[in-house]
Design a protein around this ligand. Structure first.
Ligand code: SAM
Length: 341
């Protein structure tokens, strides 16, 4: 059985937020005072997350990305990884992290055969890092970066491109791929900043980023990529690593999307831009069986919107929540209604 939407897209990739808490306060993600975190009881338990993942893996999901908030701030996260690694239907377990707390866990991640770590590091300058994240932890994050480069884990470096703030470092980041076998990924800034406002002076979208890079190098090679890749990927000939651009805001690659998302409070999202479709946590806590869960996933995925613009248009609130809590909205649809209709 393979989850498939009405456009024939096979859904094989789950992004699971293990917490809404974060140890950083990135400017583009949340206000300085942080976001309103939910009561611990409202977070999915590890047992619930394990069960959701197992049921989805029986429906053809074979790749999981663990994210947050910051996954490593949740107690026993590494133990949870270990239990997930026992599910042999999962071909890949990936993690997105800010890296500030993980340098002691790298060996364990290698042992557990974690496929890839996406490390978020938006600048290579300590003061700027402190300004962006409102925390002075660049030294720890850079140390993690160096350890990950030396490790067996695949490393992707996520950089949110912020107009006038780190755009002067785009080429410095591309240069990191010269002698390191890593994938640099520039992300278009999105309005998910917990404030409901998009304050961007000059749009650094996909085209502007790639043109900026092409102006610096005589040849930029375009790479073939997996259909469902989130980024369009490139390489400077002779460089060990690659770089890519994620059109997160201009949404030009939705057509090949194979992903679903479950937030830390159990909100199921067919698309980053939808407002949340139903709450899996409540469904489970109301006694749903594995078969009930399967029926609901199949029915809901079938209705996945064609792209992020359609998804955004269908929501009844603005895109303004923080990425850290995304979908952790109090949106609740009666589960019986979802099943019957
Ligand atoms: N704490 C982890 C981290 O920092 O990677 C995982 C969660 S974080 C929400 C996941 C990714 O979303 C990070 O790469 C972060 O930079 C990105 N992100 C957060 N807010 C964003 C925004 N408004 N626009 C674009 N990317 C954003």
């Amino acid at each position: 059985m393979q989850l498939t939407d009405k456009f024939g897209r096979k859904i094989s990739y789950l992004r699971l937020a293990v917490t809404d808490r974060c140890n950083l306060r990135c400017q583009y993600c949340m206000p300085a005072h942080g976001i309103d975190i939910v009561d611990r009881k409202e977070l999915l338990s590890y047992k619930e997350m394990y069960r959701i993942t197992r049921v989805l893996s029986e429906l053809g999901v074979n790749k999981v990305r663990l994210t947050g908030g910051e996954p490593f701030v949740r107690r026993d996260f590494v133990k949870f990884l270990e239990s997930l690694s026992f599910n042999d239907k999962l071909k890949e377990i990936n993690i997105t992290t800010n890296g500030a707390l993980i340098s002691n866990h790298i060996e364990k991640l290698e042992e557990l055969n974690i496929n890839a770590v996406n490390l978020s590091m938006d600048t290579l300058q300590r003061e700027k890092f402190a300004q962006i994240t409102r925390r002075d932890v660049f030294v720890n994050v850079y140390d993690t970066f160096e350890k990950l480069v030396e490790s067996n884990l695949k490393l992707k470096l996520n950089i949110v491109v912020q107009s006038g703030f780190n755009t002067d470092e785009i080429i410095d980041f591309v240069e990191l791929s010269k002698d390191k076998n890593i994938a640099i990924r520039f992300i278009e800034e999105m309005p998910f900043n917990g404030k409901g406002q998009r304050k961007i002076d000059e749009e650094w979208n996909f085209n502007k980023i790639i043109n900026h890079i092409k102006n610096q190098y005589s040849v930029v090679e375009t790479l073939q990529q997996k259909k469902s890749s989130t980024s369009k990927n490139f390489k400077i000939p002779g460089y060990l690593g690659t770089f890519g651009i994620i059109p997160a805001f201009t949404r030009t690659i939705c057509g090949d999307c194979n992903r679903i998302r479950i937030t830390a409070t159990g909100m199921f999202k067919n698309c980053l831009f939808d407002g949340g479709v139903f709450n899996v946590r409540d469904f489970i806590r109301n006694g749903a069986s594995d078969n009930d869960l399967k029926a609901l996933f199949i029915k809901t995925v079938h209705k996945k919107p064609e792209n992020g613009f359609v998804a955004e248009a269908s929501r009844d609130n603005d895109v303004s929540e923080s990425m850290s809590t995304i979908g952790g909205l109090s949106l609740f649809i009666d589960m019986k209604f979802v099943i019957k209709h």
